[in-house]
Design a protein around this ligand. Structure first.
Ligand code: PLP
Length: 358
């Protein structure tokens, strides 16, 4: 079976070299040497003011809402992974869904203002597939209404916009380093804080039970990550340029067959993209299902990412309609894209799709 994604693995020797040292030091977690080293290296690579390594992208989102004291309505996107919404609910806040721009599939910034009430405290939007939200417009709205901005940048590792890291936009950006992501630490996440030292301190306490210098200062949780995860991150970071380059090449092969004939999300100008996913949009759900079945018959997995639209989740109290998101989530399919994916397989996938849509 060709999977839809497969984790990049560094040479085992690289990883073993780092792990061997843990047998000597016996320091396995709690802000160890590797975790600190990884934070420094990621901060430099991503050119961001701070980076906190945590146990998952989901905890990164939850800690971000906590540290900004968000406790009421949060304007958010219905087109994302479920964790974007669950983090809002888990923090006892109310998600207010605003429909997406049908081109970029990110939240439609032009529809945000009409969703703002006197209970709105923040905007939590996803740079979906690594495509930047309309960050300028969102910043303008946030200033006008005094709202906090958190970006779920789980897909946006390495993406640059107008010459700087996309993670520099907003008050906080969160990353996921899960094994299925472009860059991974097996499990893990990151918080990029653009608000300065006080918030950094807070994040450090929150992820470590509320401790600071051995004293319990506030209500925290365990969102630390281990030396084993950090070691994987250090190994993988050495290959990140190669990882992105190879994915770019695979994307180009797909594009050469499908580019003109199939609808894809639109990447705006001034973006240095990371080639994290290869989503395509079909004319109808029926065609999607038919093609997914044809691919399955030749042992190729594809993924309905994202489906369903998050405004339709069964555990929401209030239903808010989002026409574009509900429609597109039924018609969008992600094709296999990972390091080591053979160009012959890409060709076969493209032909299988072309046969059905022509
Ligand atoms: C993967 C993902 C998350 C969750 O990250 P985990 O590390 O798996 O907790 C959150 N948001 C988006 C958009 C994601 O793709």
């Amino acid at each position: 079976m060709i999977p839809v994604s497969r984790p990049f693995l560094p040479p085992l020797e690289d990883y073993n070299n780092l792990i061997n040292k843990l047998w000597d030091s016996k320091w396995l977690t709690n802000n160890g040497h590797y975790a600190q080293d990884l934070e420094r290296k990621l901060k430099d690579y991503l050119t961001v003011p701070s980076l906190h390594f945590v146990s998952s992208g989901t905890l990164a989102l939850q800690l971000s809402l906590r540290t900004l004291n968000i406790s009421n309505e949060v304007i958010t996107t219905p087109f994302s992974f479920v964790a974007t919404t669950t983090s809002i609910l888990w923090e006892n806040c109310t998600p207010i869904f605003v429909d997406i721009n049908p081109q970029t599939l990110c939240i439609d910034a032009n529809k945000i203002e009409e969703a703002i009430s006197d209970k709105t405290e923040a905007i939590l939007a996803t740079h979906v597939y690594g495509i930047p939200c309309d960050v300028e417009k969102i910043e303008q709205i946030a200033k006008k209404y005094d709202l906090r901005v958190i970006y779920d940048a789980a897909h946006a590792f390495g993406v640059r916009y107008k010459g700087k890291s996309l993670l520099n936009y907003g008050d906080i950006s969160t990353l996921s380093f899960h094994a299925t992501k472009l860059y991974h630490t097996v499990e893990g996440g990151g918080i990029v804080n653009n608000l300065g030292e006080e918030v950094n301190r807070d994040i450090q306490m929150l992820r470590n039970f509320g401790f600071e210098n051995g004293i319990l200062q506030q209500l925290g949780i365990n969102a630390k990550n281990s030396e084993f995860h950090a070691a994987m991150g250090l190994c993988n970071l050495k290959y990140i340029d190669y990882i992105i380059e190879e994915r770019k090449n695979i994307t180009k092969i797909y594009d050469s067959y499908l580019g003109e004939l199939i609808q894809k999300p639109v990447i705006p100008n001034d973006v240095e993209y990371n080639y994290s996913y290869y989503p395509i949009i079909f004319e109808s759900e029926e065609i999607l299902l038919e093609i997914q079945k044809c691919l399955e018959q030749i042992s190729i997995e594809s993924r309905r990412y994202f489906n369903p639209s998050l405004n339709t989740l069964p555990y929401l109290n209030e239903k808010i309609q989002c026409q574009y998101s509900e429609d597109i989530s039924k018609r969008i399919l992600c094709l296999p894209l990972y390091n080591g994916l053979d160009s012959d397989v890409v060709e076969k996938i493209a032909h299988t799709i072309l046969e059905r849509i022509k």
